[in-house]
Design a protein around this ligand. Sequence first.
Ligand SMILES: [Zn+2]
Length: 160
Amino acid sequence: MSNRSVTVQRLGGKGRGVVALRAFALGDRVLRAEPAEVSAERTTHTIQWDWHVHFVPAEPATYLNHCCDPNLNVRSSAEGGYDFLARRAIAAGDEVTFDYGTTEYEIVTEGPCLCGAAACTGRMLGFKDWSPERKARYGVFVADYLKTSVRSGRSGPTYE
Ligand SMILES: [Zn+2]
């Protein structure tokens, strides 16, 4: 936890989460998700990097919670892993969250979404279940591997 811009805190009701220690402006890089361990399997602790590649992120990113109206955007990093950029102004003390569907083609977490956003879809949705409106809302801010399939029209994943 060398990143002093954010910290991991226990949040009432939903376990631990990542909280901003200072204010961020739109577009600022808030934190990175560095691969700590690469996995061929999707678990509730992995982030998806490619159609068949997942990784467990190092702390603090491993504690990022999902939100259907998050304050972080995802961007694939040339160094590997993901950069999380402020999607809007973030104040010190705010929990920072991202939409798991911006990296996950499918979601393995069961049960209702607890994000509490007005725009909550009731359960977490993987990219494959996104509406055109949700795709438009994030635009380029989804994992690079999800864009390659969309742009080239290749039949990508074999999960189904
Ligand atoms: Zn939600």
